[in-house]
Write a protein that binds this ligand. Structure first.
Ligand SMILES: [Zn+2]
Length: 115
């Protein structure tokens, strides 16, 4: 049975294989695409739909960043530093994994911006 994961942007739960997986390398703080099973990255992960609109919102908003950096721990004052904003190459790689085209809806975009 496949594990269900939730997209950080739209909160829809899907099979892990249907989502784009991002992981923060715990040593460098670099955010990497964690799609292949041959390379295993260790660190906090976040998931996104293969949708250009979820990707765009994730890059512009703070949800993905928060999901990747995690909550501040009680006994630690420092969060692991993550490299943010995401590298342009990484965003390009993610866009290539998107199977759903960008749906432009100005009303929704404006609503998102106010959140
Ligand atoms: Zn989504």
């Amino acid at each position: 049975m496949e594990q269900m994961r939730i997209c950080v942007t739209c909160r829809v739960s899907r099979n892990q294989s249907e989502l784009i997986r991002l992981t923060v390398d715990h040593l460098s703080g670099r955010v990497v695409l964690n799609q292949s099973s041959s390379t295993s990255w260790h660190g906090r992960s976040a998931y996104l739909c293969r949708s250009q609109s979820c990707l765009d919102k994730a890059c512009k908003g703070t949800r993905l960043k928060v999901a990747l950096s995690g909550r501040m721990q009680k006994n630690k004052n420092i969060r692991p530093a993550i490299s943010w904003p995401l590298e342009p190459q990484l965003i390009k790689d993610m866009a290539q994994l998107c199977t759903e085209p960008l749906k432009r809806c100005e009303n929704n975009l404006r609503k998102e911006a106010r959140e």
